[in-house]
Ligand binder design. Sequence first.
Ligand code: SF4
Length: 150
Amino acid sequence: MSSKDKKVVIKFRAHHLLCILGFQGVGYSKKFIVNMENIIEVFRADGSSEVGLIHQCDDVCKYCPHNIGGRCQKKNSSAKNSPTIMDLKLLERLEIVSGAIIRISEAMSLIKERVDLNFMRNMCKDCEWKSLGSCEEGLKRLLSSEKVSF
Ligand code: SF4
């Protein structure tokens, strides 16, 4: 394989796997939203797209105003349920080591197998976007679908 064929690995905070399930085009800024939409488009177009699952700032955080110097400075980031804690909880649930690179379709299969609504409600309880209800709807769609699509 030539370097031209080499796939780009999208750096992804683990908890963002659940955010993309119900993303409705709302977010922290216009740039943030467009970037998120582009990433989701890549995932939908090609389930073999690779994600490097981490618990630090990623390719989504890149355009977030809360990302200062490569660290999430969101008000609740030092609380018990900070974005990093959420990442670690999900990684543990999926039995994935931070830094692992897997296909997005594989990540979705694992979510389908191991994540349920109660887990999401608890993990995302302090998220400012939770009240939109769209992430939960997205998870319900994934869990009830025969396919691993989102
Ligand atoms: S709030 Fe923090 S974790 Fe969420 S996208 Fe912004 S920088 Fe990343």
